[in-house]
Design a protein around this ligand. Structure first.
Ligand SMILES: [Zn+2]
Ligand SMILES: [Zn+2]
Length: 393
């Protein structure tokens, strides 16, 4: 056995640092959000951890199933039933002790817009359009970059969305938008409906697509956007023939997702903080006359049963409802929900505690006076169960 001196050429990252444009210190200091811990998410996290990307946040609300084991590199027999995000985060420590990984066992929307603003980059490996649309719209609002990937059978695609140019919603056709609007109106989709049917996938396709996602991501993390191969465009990969081709997306000037928020203002919350406290801060920021309080998610302010007339007082975010919550407790028929995203600054519902509204953990609340706005980012997190920390660095 040959013993090497502890010289620089023996450093953990030496070989990759030989790449001319590499910047290991930027990678080591970066914080990346990985959305989805399935087949793609496993591979994305594996590569980011090996590369020494310093801090990984991994969000996925699902649990490991037996049928995941054939294509998820970080799952083992016996992990069935454990949250995917926790299993993946725990595996990071065995791949590279330099890397910290935090698991979030919630829907990505529950992290909140403020969370996405804290990370350097978002990389998605998702299986549903609703989550992808939320990530796309949120990144656009924040001027955040994100990398998307998708697989089906032996085929896949990778795309990179920059803050300017076509966004994810620009890539959707009119029919897609209509379907999604209807689905959003029908708030109480089950997880199965949300994720659609089971699609064919395998380990090789997942690893190829995830590797390309991470390769583009590294260029962004080290500040070399000039090296990107994909800019508001997609690489389509066909595994059967090993053909690839590019698709460049055109920016849709009527796209409803092109709102850009100015700076997010940190807003300290406690368990007792109410919406009215946010309005008070808005007065200080924008002056005495506010026109509206705008939320990131619909807030249900009332519900009524069309069949039996039962009125239920409800005051919570639409997203926090579960299947069954939308049914009348008296007769079982579907309730009509009064949901609002824009509130009058004098509305009495503003007295409600933020905690009771089940807003996203790091939600953003906007107050408006004319065309001037202030965006308050709640901090610290309102507190959702299911956050699991692995590693201590
Ligand atoms: Zn767009
Ligand atoms: Zn009823």
């Amino acid at each position: 056995m040959v013993t090497l001196d502890a010289t620089a050429t023996d450093g953990r990252y030496h070989r990759q640092e030989l790449i001319s444009w590499w910047d290991q210190s930027r990678l080591s200091n970066a914080r990346v959000l990985i959305v989805g811990a399935g087949a793609l998410g496993n591979e994305i996290v594996k590569s980011l951890a090996l590369l020494g990307v310093g801090h990984l946040d991994i969000v996925d609300m699902d649990k490991v199933e037996h049928a995941n084991l054939a294509r998820c590199v970080l799952f083992r027999d016996g992990d069935e039933g454990r949250p995917k995000s926790e299993v993946v985060a725990a595996a990071v420590g065995t791949l590279n002790p330099d890397v910290t990984a935090v698991a979030h066992t919630v829907p990505v929307q529950q992290l909140g817009l403020g969370f996405l603003n804290e990370v350097d980059l978002v990389i998605a490996g998702l299986d549903n359009r609703e989550a992808r649309l939320w990530v796309g719209q949120s990144c656009r609002k924040l001027g955040q970059h994100w990398v998307d990937g998708a697989i089906e059978g032996l085929r896949g695609l990778v795309r990179v969305f920059l803050p300017e140019g076509a966004c994810y919603e620009c890539t959707l056709g009119e029919t897609d938008r209509k379907i999604m609007a209807q689905r959003r109106a029908c708030a109480l989709l089950s997880a199965e409906e949300m994720h659609g049917g089971k699609v064919p996938t395998n380990a090789t396709t997942a690893s190829i697509i995830a590797a390309i996602e991470v390769q583009e991501a590294v260029k962004l993390i080290v500040g070399r956007g000039d090296l990107l191969a994909l800019r508001n465009s997609a690489l389509m990969y066909i595994g059967e023939t090993l053909e690839t081709y590019r698709v460049t997306y055109a920016e849709d000037e009527f796209c409803p997702s092109h709102d850009r928020y100015e700076d997010l203002l940190p807003f300290a919350v406690t368990a007792e903080t109410s919406l009215a406290d946010v309005v008070t801060a808005g007065h200080v920021r924008l002056g005495e006359h506010l026109d509206a309080v705008e939320l990131e998610d619909d807030l249900i302010v009332a519900s009524r049963c069309g069949s039996c007339g039962h009125n239920a007082p409800v005051l919570r975010s639409l997203r926090s409802l579960r299947p069954g919550d939308g049914l009348c407790p008296a007769c079982g028929e579907e309730l009509t929900l009064d949901a609002r995203r824009v509130l009058d600054p004098t509305d009495k519902v503003l007295a409600a505690r933020l905690l009771d509204l089940h807003l996203a953990d790091r939600d953003v609340i906007t107050v408006r006076a004319g065309n001037r706005r202030a965006h308050f980012a709640l901090s610290p997190a309102l507190g959702t169960p299911g956050v699991f920390q692995e590693g201590s660095r």
